[in-house]
Design a protein around this ligand. Structure first.
Ligand code: DP6
Length: 354
């Protein structure tokens, strides 16, 4: 490769918010989970990562820029993604010598989130999904979204669910090499298109305990967690898949809220305890309960990841009631005063190869 030609591809990836939570690794190196999980993909209009991957002999080495800041590429997770993608490209180049040999060139990845990074809004999910897809596009890999999800999983577990759109399940698998631990589409967004999510941002600061270390402390110290992975999650996986299949919002909502509660209880049962929710988060839970009680049926479901920010799922037909109630709530409760409320729709991934 004598010239300094730059090869380039861009993509976007959406955020997903789990309704059956991933929390716990059985293999930290391969990023294999202790349980399966399910998520809903959010609309890319407000929450997404835009990533451009390029490679050129003129670059001095691999580099990664996130929101304008140069980020370390030497970490094991980024390296695992780069290595796997390069190996796949090298295999194609070997089979077809007419292809440009770009698998050995330095990579430059430039990524931009349009939402707070590491504030419990699943930024690593969109980030690694976009990184893997952008490089796969750059290398023109024929791999399926399931194949790419196994690579993205090694960057960040939840990222493996951000390659499909709609409703996605990450099957934990049982092989030691992780070759069966990947995500798959349960249903496209068009299956249940009136699903909506409201994001309440109480705190856009970085979270206190990162998910990776938090979940490892939980696995090592929580007794409650053993109960969760053996009984609670398998039952909830089944209920949630049926609820999505049947578009049964009452069950979807109950399992979503119970899952959030179960995960945060395991965090609190970690020793020393981990608290991701704060007083404002708990007030929002009470507000959802009051809203459902007033409606006489379940029209809203809260869920929290590794931070105090709240995601509320509801159906489009209840949008006015839910958003109206939360605008009132936000103005009346301290802690949420500076927050932003956004209605999102679950959408399919567009064809996004630029
Ligand atoms: C609470 O995917 O961020 O959001 O695999 O260590 O990168 P790593 O963890 P990460 O954990 C997400 C945890 C969660 C629940 C979920 O998204 O399922």
């Amino acid at each position: 490769m004598a010239d300094n030609k730059v090869f380039r591809a861009s993509t976007t990836a959406p955020v997903n918010i789990a309704v059956v939570k991933y929390w716990g690794k059985r293999d930290a190196k391969l990023n294999l989970p202790t349980n399966s999980s399910i998520s809903v993909t959010l609309s890319q209009d407000d929450l997404r990562t835009l990533t451009t991957a390029s490679c050129s002999a003129s670059y001095s080495g691999d580099s990664l820029t996130l929101n304008g800041q140069s980020t370390d590429v030497s970490g094991a997770r980024t390296q695992a993604c780069f290595r796997e993608l390069r190996e796949r490209r090298a295999a194609i180049e070997k089979n077809d010598p007419s292809l440009p040999k770009i698998s050995t060139l330095p990579l430059k990845v430039v990524s931009e989130n349009n939402f707070p990074t590491a504030a419990g809004l699943a930024s690593s999910a969109a980030g690694f999904a976009a990184l893997v897809r952008a490089i796969a596009n750059l290398y023109e890999l024929p791999d399926s979204p399931e194949d790419l999800s196994r690579i993205a999983r090694q960057g960040s577990g939840s990222a493996c669910r951000s390659l499909f759109g709609g409703y996605a399940a990450w099957r934990m698998g049982d092989k030691d090499d992780g070759s069966d631990s990947q995500a798959q589409l349960i249903a496209p967004a068009s299956h249940w298109p009136n699903m909506r999510a409201l994001i309440l941002v109480v705190n856009a600061a970085k979270k206190d305990v990162p998910s990776t270390s938090g979940m490892q402390q939980t696995v090592a110290t929580s007794g409650l967690f053993q109960q969760r992975i053996a009984h609670v999650v398998p039952a909830n996986m089944k209920l949630m898949e049926e609820a999505i299949h049947n578009k049964d919002f009452a069950t979807f909502a109950e399992v979503t809220m119970r899952e959030s509660n179960s995960f945060h209880s395991c965090a609190a049962d970690t020793y020393p305890p981990i608290f991701y929710m704060n007083d404002a988060s708990r007030a929002a839970i009470r507000a959802v309960e009051a809203l459902n009680a007033a409606a006489g049926k379940t029209i809203a479901a809260y869920t929290y990841d590794a931070g105090p920010n709240c995601v509320i799922y509801f159906l489009e037909e209840d949008q006015e009631t839910v958003i109206g109630a939360f605008y009132k709530f936000l103005s009346g409760v301290s802690g949420w005063k500076d927050s932003a409320a956004k209605a999102q729709s679950a959408v399919d991934l567009p064809e996004n190869i630029v």
